[in-house]
Write a protein that binds this ligand. Structure first.
Ligand code: ZN
Length: 166
C-alpha cells in the first residue's frame, strides 16, 4: 500500500483487526520512510455500480471518492473514523442492494446527507451546502430549522442566534 504522505511503497501493517460490526478489516499502517501513519479498510464488494451524473455522463462508482467528499465535510470534526466507515459501508450496501446497477448522483447525495445528519450536524450542513449548491443564508437557515426539529438521540450543539439587519 502506497504511503499517502510520501508515496513510498514500503509501508508496514502494525495492527489488523475487524471493525466493530465485522464488515471490514481495519489495518493500521506505518511508513518507515516518513513515519506517516494511516489506516486502511478491507471490505466486501458485492457488485459493480455505475453512477449517472447530472451531465448524463456515466462513471464507475468510486467508493474512495465518496469517502473523500465525506472526509472534506468532516474536516476538523472529531468523529470516530470507524463510525464514518460504517456509514459509508451502509450507503454502499444500500446502493448495491437496490435493483439497478446504475445510480444517480442525486441518490448518492441524499444517502450521504442522511448519514451525515446522524453523524455530525456541522458536516451535514457543509455537505448539504455543497451538494445543494446553496448560496443564500436563508437556505442554511432552512437546514438549521430542519436540524432543530430532529428528534434524534444526543445533544444538539447550541447555535448562536443570527443577528438581523438593524
Ligand atoms: Zn511515507
Amino acid at each position: 500500500m502506497r504511503c499517502p504522505y510520501c508515496g513510498s511503497l514500503d509501508t508496514q501493517v502494525k495492527d489488523s483487526r475487524p471493525t466493530e460490526d465485522s464488515s471490514s478489516i481495519r489495518r493500521r499502517r506505518v511508513c518507515p520512510d516518513c513515519a506517516g501513519r494511516f489506516t486502511t479498510f478491507e471490505r466486501v464488494q458485492l457488485r459493480e455500480l455505475t453512477v449517472l451524473k447530472k451531465s448524463g455522463r456515466r462513471v464507475p462508482f468510486d467508493r474512495d471518492k465518496l469517502m473523500r467528499s465525506i472526509e472534506i465535510a468532516l474536516r476538523k470534526r472529531s468523529v470516530d473514523p470507524e463510525r464514518v466507515e460504517r456509514m459509508v459501508n451502509g450507503i454502499v450496501r444500500q446502493l448495491e442492494s437496490q435493483g439497478d446497477a446504475e445510480i444517480s448522483s442525486d441518490r448518492i447525495g441524499e444517502l450521504v446527507m442522511e448519514g451525515l445528519r446522524s453523524l455530525d450536524d456541522v458536516a451535514y450542513v457543509r455537505f448539504a451546502s455543497v451538494y445543494k449548491n446553496f448560496r443564500e443564508a436563508r437556505d442554511f437557515g432552512a437546514i438549521v430549522d430542519e436540524l432543530a426539529g430532529d428528534e434524534g438521540p444526543g445533544e444538539k450543539p447550541r447555535r448562536e442566534p443570527v443577528s438581523g439587519g438593524a
